[in-house]
Write a protein that binds this ligand. Structure first.
Ligand code: PLP
Length: 377
């Protein structure tokens, strides 16, 4: 941890950080705070109001005495936001992913999962007894071959991240949905890195790619763009949500979301349903960063996504460059094997709506200086 240059912030999550022990003015480019809502005054006020009115916590799981009106309201709001029938809250999206596959799939079924899916999807699939297929990353030929093989099973579920967190690339959902239709499969997407900002109204990857009516199940988080506190959910057809309330173990056997957290997420969704201005501002800043970095000579993986992996290849180069970036007041993290494949080390930059144009330009300038110094340019 120390060699990765981790330190503690002594300020709210946001674009500018103050460090424990003194340093100020660090620009943060590694939070999942895509819309800057973690420190939005209205989001904070909503949390305080919920805390005062509904208390610190429930000391209960949902189905005993842990459901308040705000939990039901938030579930209804999430379903409305995604244009789905119903939704169910969890303590995290990790839990939502841990709960869904086991509750839905039996040994007579099959699940087909992209090889680069998030660890929580992989773990959730491990917990279920369905027949498991892993298809090559975003490879539709491989997915089709595996769907053919899986025709012998009762039900098929294709599971993919909507946007992949290490590469900033977006699943080919149109093609996935076409294959799902052809081979009678359901589609599940994890929208942790899409909810709130991808698509014209920030509904996510399914909106971006025009397949909102074709994706059956969405899992996502309240801990990134939607206020950043914590919590996750599944949204989809009502019978599925009813089944999860009866069968999903992380829902049945874990404490309810605290009111302040519910208040944050609920206000974040209100803000996003009122206007897509915040999401558009983030998209413009993403565009600014990606085009200026490309002009400087860097290779940025993915397309139009605020996750902007600066591809460097060498693990040591990624680590020393990230360290030197911090010396210049820019907080970014280098990723290398085993988090990403060997030879594909990178520094992952994440853009937020609350970065100013000057913040973005300072980051590009620092990359250019540091890249030249270390021979990356
Ligand atoms: N799925 C993806 C793709 C993620 O990136 C994450 C968080 O890192 C999760 C699930 C887990 O979300 P949460 O932090 O709500 O448990």
């Amino acid at each position: 941890v120390r060699s990765a240059g981790m330190w503690r912030a002594a300020s709210r999550q946001g674009p500018h950080l103050r460090l424990a022990g003194g340093g100020a003015g660090i620009i943060n480019f590694c939070a999942n705070n895509y819309l800057g809502l973690s420190s939005h005054p209205e989001v904070i006020r909503a949390a305080v109001e919920a805390l005062e009115k509904f208390g610190a916590g429930l000391s209960s799981v949902r189905f005993i005495c842990g459901t308040q009106s705000i939990h039901k309201d938030l579930e209804e709001k999430i379903a409305r936001f995604h244009q789905r029938e119903d939704a169910i809250l969890y303590a995290s999206c990790f839990d939502a992913n841990a709960g869904i596959f086991e509750a839905l799939l039996t040994p007579e079924d099959a699940v087909l999962s992209d090889e680069l899916n998030h660890a929580s999807i992989i773990d959730g699939i491990r917990l279920c007894k369905a027949n498991k297929y892993r298809y090559k990353h975003m490879d539709m030929q491989d997915l089709e071959a595996k769907l053919k093989e899986a025709q012998k099973y009762r039900l098929r579920l294709v599971a993919t991240d909507g946007a992949f967190s290490m590469d900033g690339d977006i699943a080919p959902l149109r093609e996935i949905c076409q294959l799902a239709q052809k081979y009678d499969a359901l589609v599940f997407i994890d929208e942790c890195h899409a909810t709130g900002f991808l698509g014209p109204n920030g509904r996510g990857t399914d909106e971006l790619l025009g397949v909102m009516d074709k994706v059956t199940i969405i899992n996502s988080t309240l801990g990134k763009a939607l206020g950043g506190a914590a919590g996750g959910y599944t949204t989809g057809p009502k019978p599925l949500i009813d089944l999860l309330r009866q069968r999903s173990r992380p829902y049945l056997f874990s404490n309810s979301l605290p009111p302040a957290v519910v208040g944050c997420a609920s206000k974040a969704l209100d803000l996003l349903m009122e206007s897509n201005a915040i999401a558009q501002s983030m998209a413009a800043k993403t565009q600014r960063f990606r085009s200026k970095m490309a002009a400087a000579g860097f290779t940025i993986s993915g397309k139009d996504h605020p996750i902007c992996p600066v591809m460097l290849g060498d693990a040591r180069l990624a680590s020393v460059m990230a360290e030197d970036m911090l010396n210049r007041g820019i907080y970014v993290i280098g990723f290398s094997y085993p988090v990403v494949p060997k030879g594909k080390a990178r520094i992952r930059v994440q853009i937020s709506a609350v970065h100013s144009d000057e913040d973005i330009d300072r980051c590009v300038e620092a990359f250019t200086e540091v890249g030249r110094k270390h021979g990356a340019l």
